[in-house]
Write a protein that binds this ligand. Structure first.
Ligand code: PRX
Length: 709
């Protein structure tokens, strides 16, 4: 039986998001064109039968068979150490071989990666599969010859969106070295914490990169990262620094002798060298990707080689509908899981052409993405709602000015408003492209919810049904199933594992079980997957037609422009400021970013509020990165608290969003609520912020906020 919530009603306050009945207008269907259906990789509904529950888990053989194995597996799914699932057991393969070498025979001179620099006058760089092979081998030789890294150890990357990043990833994969890429926009401190957690001896970085037309100093973050890692007891032996512009150095920070090395200076020794791909067991970790959750420390999601690669290859084939001759552009950052799975591993495993763009989509203007699409003949476009909202706001008429035609488009990372979806469909897709709204998470490796593009109609705002071989259910707090079409939301769970699921949290298997499985586990000793539903930490509801609508996180993670920010991480950063006694982070609904962060701060006695807002914002940028910078920092005399002393985040979240604060009679200090409301809302109005009506789903997020603790 599911564990009952042990929170008192007083602490939870109102019903959590997952319990709230959500009503919205059902949207109509949009259908793929006959032209699209005619060419799709999956156009025969028999595929659903092949992946039906009665064929689970053997159905995933079909994904495994998309790869080239050195040794074929003997067991598709091993559940003997549940919930630490093992896929394709006994199999051996190399991910770099699968993404590079195996395409040489037929496609050596096809473009593998087309790199578009942010400066529009700079030439695009076309890297053929043959050239990729050469570069991956050379960098693998360098890792082998110049560093002490061995198979099974971790290298941290803090790389921007440049082709050196996939090259370095594939070089690690070639040697069985686990890569851990930290989003380039994250701060040095955030990178350092991840280096320490993964015990990396080597950091791979770049001196600078272009953002908004300006060459950023990025190497300085490497120094901060190494210092932070050292504070946490981990020594980085070598920092390998690529140079963005050959022969120049984009950073003011000096190279540390004996520690920092320019890759271009050591590379001559390894030029032209070839390295045999190491045959890795299917369950060997391929990479770690850190993500936020309820508690302060980011979780290192560990992904496998065989299961992960099979899953991203299969979903790229059927859901991204990638064909070898396509020009596929996923505009995510490789620093996020989307980029790992659907810029690098999935598309390259299928031998297609993957486009990488360095910069921001609106540089130098909102026509840029469409000029790239026109020039390169892009067939697939993959991005997040936050980008679509921005492009719609600043350049609604831009797409029509350019002669490009997408066949397939993707939205990922946050719920998309139906209105925004329609603009994406009509203006960006010119009414021709089939859209998939893909729901998934860092932990999942690949898609969990999506329409099958040629076989299911699209419905704006809903991701669609579950993907092949994935069997979700929505559970209430007591473990009872919430039925499709009931109009009720609940916690979306997946009944059985799929090959892309992460293997564990790096170094913390107990947290892995506690976060994702404990809530609905039926028997801790069971080796039957039926007893271990995966708790996704998302609220969702299922319409009568079986389509899921994802409402957002139930674990107090704030989703800013598709980036997961943990409230605890934000709050821990804020209380590093001397004057701060208490801090609470809440989401405020934002028209472009989905959520923005607002911080509430109570000061230590005797400290002046002067400048504290800026200090808090800076500290958050230093500890996490610019992406986490709060929209506002509110300094209040006292936080609304329960009698047990817990800050009532839902109350301040309601104030920030101009919604009803709900029942506050059980608070220890209800009188502070009105003072805070008056102060915050009048400031907001004075700065031109207008209260706006929230959708039911947005309202549910605010009202349930803070209940996960
Ligand atoms: O809340 C869901 C939201 O993003 C979370 C996962 O974030 P992350 O691990 O950074 O991975 C993002 C890219 C896969 C989920 O728990 N989310 C993701 N995709 C969607 C979504 N919400 C609604 N619709 C989606 N398509």
């Amino acid at each position: 039986m599911a564990k009952k919530s042990d929170k008192s009603t007083e602490e939870v306050g109102q019903a959590s998001e997952a319990q709230i009945a959500v009503h919205w207008r059902e949207e109509g269907y949009y259908f793929p064109s006959a032209k699209f259906i005619g060419q799709a990789n999956a156009s025969d509904p028999a595929i659903f039968e092949r992946f039906s529950e009665k064929n689970y888990p053997e159905c995933f053989k079909e994904y495994g068979d998309l790869l080239t194995w050195d040794k074929y597996w003997h067991t598709t799914l091993d559940t003997s150490n549940a919930p630490f699932w093992k896929w394709f057991v006994g199999g051996k393969l190399n991910a770099s071989y699968n993404c590079v070498d195996r395409h040489l025979k037929t496609d050596r001179n096809k473009a593998a990666i087309i790199f578009v620099p942010e400066l529009e006058d700079d030439d695009t760089e076309v890297i053929t599969y043959q050239e990729l092979y050469a570069r991956v081998n050379e960098f693998a030789a360098l890792l082998q010859g110049f560093t002490s890294l061995k198979t099974g150890e971790v290298a941290t990357f803090h790389m921007p969106m440049v082709p050196e990043l996939p090259v370095a990833m594939l070089a690690c994969a070639r040697l069985g070295i686990i890569h851990s890429q930290v989003f380039g926009g994250f701060s040095g401190a955030a990178c350092g914490g991840r280096i320490a957690d993964s015990k990396s001896k080597v950091l791979v970085t770049m001196d600078g990169y272009y953002r908004g037309g300006v060459l950023q100093d990025h190497k300085v973050k490497a120094d901060e990262a190494v210092a932070r890692a050292l504070e946490e007891g981990v020594v980085v032996e070598k920092v390998l620094v690529f140079r963005r512009n050959p022969g120049e150095y984009a950073s003011k920070s000096p190279m540390v002798p004996g520690r920092d090395f320019f890759v271009d200076e050591i590379m001559p020794d390894y030029k032209g060298k070839l390295v045999e791909p190491v045959s890795m067991p299917a369950e060997a970790p391929l990479f770690i990707m850190y993500s936020s959750g309820t508690t302060g420390k980011p979780k290192g999601c560990q992904h496998s080689t065989g299961g992960y690669l099979a899953y991203v290859t299969g979903t790229s084939k059927y859901y991204q509908d990638i064909h070898p001759d396509d020009t596929y552009w996923c505009a995510a950052d490789i620093g996020w899981i989307t980029g790992h799975s659907y810029i690098v591993y999935g598309p390259l495993s299928l031998g297609t052409t993957s486009v990488m763009y360095e910069g921001i989509p609106t540089y130098p203007d909102a026509g840029r993405p469409w000029r790239i699409a026109e020039r390169l003949g892009v067939t697939h476009f993959h991005t997040a709602p936050t980008t679509i909202r921005t492009l719609r706001k600043v350049g609604p008429d831009e797409p029509a000015k350019y002669n490009y035609h997408f066949r397939h488009m993707t939205t990922v990372g946050e719920p998309i408003e139906p209105d925004v979806w329609r603009w994406y469909h009509e203006s960006v897709g010119k009414g021709e492209a089939t859209i998939v709204d893909t729901w998934w998470q860092t932990e999942n490796g690949g898609f969990l919810g999506s329409t099958m593009p040629a076989l299911h109609p699209m419905k704006p705002g809903s991701c669609g049904p579950a993907v092949l071989g994935v069997f979700p259910m929505i559970l209430d707090e007591n473990g009872e199933e919430v039925k499709a079409g009931s109009g009720k939301a609940g916690n979306i769970c997946i009944r059985g594992p799929w090959p892309g699921i992460f293997q564990t949290i790096w170094g913390d298997p107990d947290r892995f079980v506690a976060t994702y499985y404990e809530k609905y586990n039926r028997n801790k000793k069971s080796t039957d997957w039926h007893d271990w539903p995966y708790f996704a930490n998302d609220g969702a509801m299922q319409a009568a037609d079986g389509y899921y609508r994802i409402l957002g996180r139930v674990d107090d993670v704030i989703n800013v422009s598709g980036h997961r920010l943990g409230t605890k991480e934000l709050e821990s950063a804020a209380i590093m400021v001397d004057a701060v006694a208490e801090a609470a982070a809440v989401p405020v609904i934002d028209d472009i970013r989905g959520h923005a962060v607002e911080m509430y701060i109570a000061l230590k006695p005797g400290f002046s509020p002067d400048g504290v807002d800026e200090q808090v914002s800076r500290m958050i940028e230093t500890e996490i990165g610019k992406v986490a910078r709060p929209k506002s920092v509110w300094i209040v005399a006292d936080m609304p608290k329960t009698r047990s002393g817990k800050i009532m985040r839902r109350v301040i979240a309601s104030i920030s969003n101009f919604t009803d604060v709900g029942d506050i009679t059980t608070l220890a200090n209800p009188e502070v609520v009105e003072d805070i409301r008056h102060y915050v809302q009048s400031e907001k109005v004075a700065h031109g912020e207008q209260p706006r009506e929230l959708s039911e789903a947005e309202l549910a997020t605010i009202k349930g906020f803070g209940s996960a603790e």
